[in-house]
Design a protein around this ligand. Structure first.
Ligand code: FES
Ligand code: FE
Length: 433
């Protein structure tokens, strides 16, 4: 990559990013080969393929894939491209099938990826073996129900190693149900005319909340369920480009903190649920699981916003100035039906693409992308909170952690020195500035 992009200067409490990182076609092309072709990438949640033969097809890191639960019960991430001449073997976004038939020449593949049927097979010579023409199976693994894949067979890290400190936060989310979490049926696919990294930064940026989402804030204030403006909570770097922030909520939330909005009989059911969490996890962890808001950023393409419901965003680059976003809601499988309704309503009215918040976010990151056209100002500043021992939720520590990993990967030094650097940061409690 030509020239320095990330200017990380802890001595002077300065952290700047060259805006070519968001606009340059060459940077975008290199991100594909150095990040998306190598890293562990989020694909989906196990609950999206609950039955034998269930599948979802989607693009991950620009590549069409199918996440399928085979008839043997194993979840695989298969290339959605026919080994014959390349057509998509699955054109439905979701469904259930024992096999996938390529529409071009009718080659048929089992839901485990094996080629099982070829029309007019006598057209091929004696050396033709079906076993040579199965769908490519990408290396995949899951953590607490979250399925990831890597397109790099040589990727040295296991998924758990890649997730580093982010496992603590995935646990806080997965532990919200005794029987398991599930994606609420239906994904929302949308996009933005902005660089994909702007959405990653935005999703973990609490600094903008009261400024950009004024309409929502004044609406919630009018309901009387929002606490007065306050600071606090904390931001964390979790290693390997992941970050999070966490806050005892100012607004309402499932379980304990939605109580003011419920009639008394629902409230008492919620309190009973909260009491069970205290029994299982102890008061402190139960409070953290059921009562804190958090945003979790998993490098490079996953955001989980666990506030007013749980939103999972898979973010993918399309080009330097365009991204695609897949957005779903996650919930406890055994959720009280009244709470589920409220959760769905909050998802749709706040974090969904047509909610109170997301259109503001899309509009502002598209505005940033347009602002970069004025090349007089070369850098964006992400230094907020660098002077603090424990950065707050409104600080930009998670974004800095993202950019440090981005910089290591773009310079190919993650596997050597960067590896050790990140390890050291983790040992220091993930509080690296
Ligand atoms: Fe799939 Fe020919 S391209 S069968
Ligand atoms: Fe926002």
């Amino acid at each position: 990559m030509d020239g320095q992009i990330v200017f990380d200067d802890p001595e002077n409490l300065s952290f700047r990013v060259d805006r070519r990182a968001y606009t340059d076609d060459d940077v975008a092309a290199q991100e594909i080969t150095k990040i998306f072709d190598r890293c562990w990438l989020y694909v989906g949640h196990e609950s999206e393929v609950p039955e034998l033969g269930s599948y979802v097809s989607r693009d991950v890191g620009g590549r069409p894939v199918v996440m399928a639960r085979g008839s043997d019960g194993v979840i695989r991430v298969l290339a959605n491209s026919c080994p014959h001449r390349g057509a998509l073997i699955c054109s439905q976004s979701t469904g259930q099938a024992r096999s996938f038939r390529c529409p071009y020449h009718d080659w048929t593949f089992s839901n485990q990826g094996d080629l099982v049927g070829v029309p007019l097979p006598d057209g091929y010579g004696p050396g033709f073996r079906k076993s040579d023409f199965g769908l490519a199976r990408h290396r995949s693994d899951s953590y607490r129900g979250f399925v990831f894949a890597t397109f790099d067979p040589e990727q040295p890290l296991t998924l758990t190693e890649h997730l580093a400190g982010a496992t603590e936060y995935l646990d806080l989310i997965a532990d919200q149900s005794e029987v398991g979490m599930e994606v609420i049926q239906g994904a929302q696919l949308h996009g933005a005319r902005a660089n994909w990294k702007l959405m990653m930064e935005n999703s973990v940026d609490i600094y903008h909340f009261r400024a950009l989402h004024k309409r929502y804030v004044s609406y919630i204030e009018s309901l009387g369920t929002m606490a007065p403006r306050r600071r606090g909570g904390f931001a964390r770097a979790l290693g390997r480009g992941h970050g999070a922030n966490e806050l005892v909520p100012a607004a309402a939330r499932p379980l304990a903190y939605w109580t003011p909005m419920f009639p008394p009989e629902v409230r008492s059911r919620m309190e009973a649920t909260a009491a069970r969490f205290v029994e299982r996890f102890g008061a402190e962890r139960a409070q953290r699981i059921t009562g804190a808001n958090r945003a979790l950023m998993i490098f490079p393409n996953l955001m989980i916003i666990d506030a007013i419901g749980i939103t999972i965003r898979k973010i993918d680059p399309v080009s330097a100035g365009q991204m695609s976003i897949t957005s779903v809601a996650l919930a406890p499988q055994d959720e009280d039906p009244d709470i589920r309704e409220l959760r769905k309503s909050h998802y749709l009215t706040f974090l969904g693409p047509a909610g109170f918040a997301t259109p503001d976010d899309i509009e502002i990151i598209e505005s940033c992308q347009r602002g970069y056209l004025n090349r007089t100002l070369r850098h964006s500043d992400l230094s907020r909170g660098m002077a603090k021992e424990v950065p707050e939720t409104t600080d930009e520590l998670p974004a800095r952690e993202f950019w440090r990993q981005w910089d290591r990967l773009m310079h190919d030094d993650d596997r050597e020195e960067g590896h050790h650097l990140t390890r050291r940061a983790e040992r220091q409690g993930g509080q690296r500035r």
